[in-house]
Design a protein around this ligand. Structure first.
Ligand SMILES: [Zn+2]
Length: 362
């Protein structure tokens, strides 16, 4: 696979040295650029109720009561600690983790109340809870994409290279449309009296507190046997990328882990069947590997051993991104992505969901 390489997030040692030198200047430039794009991407109305809104709520994707269970003096680590992004803060406080600002305070405190209740996790989640989780995930993705599209536009203005930027903007817009459709489905499901809008493929309540908190929608590239789930490089108009929702929620005395998707969504049926057949321990390993390889949005307990965080293999997996750099138009990006995201590599990184890494309060 010489002609295709997947970009790694983060910087090399040399880049870090150069970066450290120019840090202040660079931070200022990037900071103001991001700030302007964020302001440009700001909506005028709340995304849920549609009412005019000037001060948006700082909404959390992972519920605060989960983050509290893995925080240490109000702080915890986030993915940036693994991928060496010096421009990101090393530690996050509870108020600033994985937040987005596109809904009003009223909606934030009323719409998600079923799932944002720690008492609700002593039994299987209801369809309504799943709908609320899905809605939250879609909102976060919508907010992220809106910002990125604005960022590409501003970059094109500032640096030229319009072709590349409008290509990126096009991909972003297609993704955005899909997230909006999923959001509408979830919003309707929240109000539905029928409990059959989502299919809970996996639900496990484990008797200890895991050191990770995670809640997101993820588009899996391949299943456990190397079959394609999503061809993330297919940008044809009628090809839609389909995501699953994955949650790892640390609670007071136990943790809840689940995978679900829209009811009737059959792109994941093969994967779900394969997943059901593997052992309990293996399931946790697969979810652990998915989180670290696919996402940049996980939080972990600050009391975790520094040596484990320094694990080179783990760092490498955490740096995987799907931005493909193909030198020739015939390069097989999908094949390269499948190798990168291969779930059969799950044994190569520490499994943070195993009892070995449980959060012990002291
Ligand atoms: Zn609202």
């Amino acid at each position: 696979m010489d002609d295709v390489s997947l970009l790694k997030v983060g910087l090399t040692e040399d880049e870090k040295k150069i970066f450290d030198k120019k840090k202040i200047e660079f931070n200022k430039r990037v900071g103001s650029f991001l700030k302007v794009s964020r302001a440009d991407a700001k909506n005028a109305e709340c995304y849920i109720c549609g009412k005019e809104c000037s001060s948006f709520c700082n909404s959390h994707s992972v519920p605060q009561f989960c983050l509290q269970n893995i925080s240490f003096a109000g702080k915890f680590y986030h993915s940036g600690n693994l991928v060496d992004m010096p421009m990101l803060d090393k530690e996050k406080g509870i108020g600033e983790a994985g937040t987005f600002k596109i809904i009003c305070r009223e909606c934030d405190s009323s719409v998600f109340s079923d799932y944002e209740n720690p008492e609700a996790y002593y039994q299987r989640p209801t369809d309504k809870m799943l709908a609320q989780i899905a809605m939250k995930n879609e909102l976060k993705s919508i907010s992220k994409r809106q910002f990125e599209i604005q960022l590409y536009r501003n970059m094109a203005k500032e640096f030229g290279n319009h072709e590349m930027m409008s290509h990126m903007e096009g991909i972003g817009s297609a993704d955005l449309k899909e997230y909006i459709d999923e959001f509408k489905y979830a919003k309707k499901a929240c109000q539905s009296k029928w409990g059959n809008n989502y299919y809970l493929s996996y639900f496990e309540s484990i008797p200890y507190i895991v050191p990770i908190a995670f809640q997101n929608n993820i588009a899996l590239v391949s299943d456990l046997e190397g079959g394609t789930i999503n061809n993330i490089y297919n940008h044809l108009r009628d090809y839609v990328i389909k995501s699953v929702h994955i949650c790892v929620l640390p609670l007071k005395n136990h943790s809840v882990i689940m995978i679900f998707c829209k009811n009737g969504e059959n792109r994941y049926s093969k994967f779900f069947k394969q997943f059901k057949k593997i052992s309990y321990e293996d399931k946790l390993k697969v979810i652990n590997y998915i989180i670290f390889s696919y996402s940049e949005d996980y939080y972990f307990y600050k009391g975790i051993d520094q040596e484990i965080l320094g694990n080179e293999k783990l760092k490498d997996v955490a740096k995987t991104t799907s931005i493909s750099v193909a030198d020739s138009p015939f390069a097989d990006s999908l094949k390269a992505a499948k190798e990168n995201y291969d779930l059969n590599k799950r044994d190569t990184i520490p499994n943070f969901l195993s009892e070995k890494y449980e959060v012990v309060e002291y």
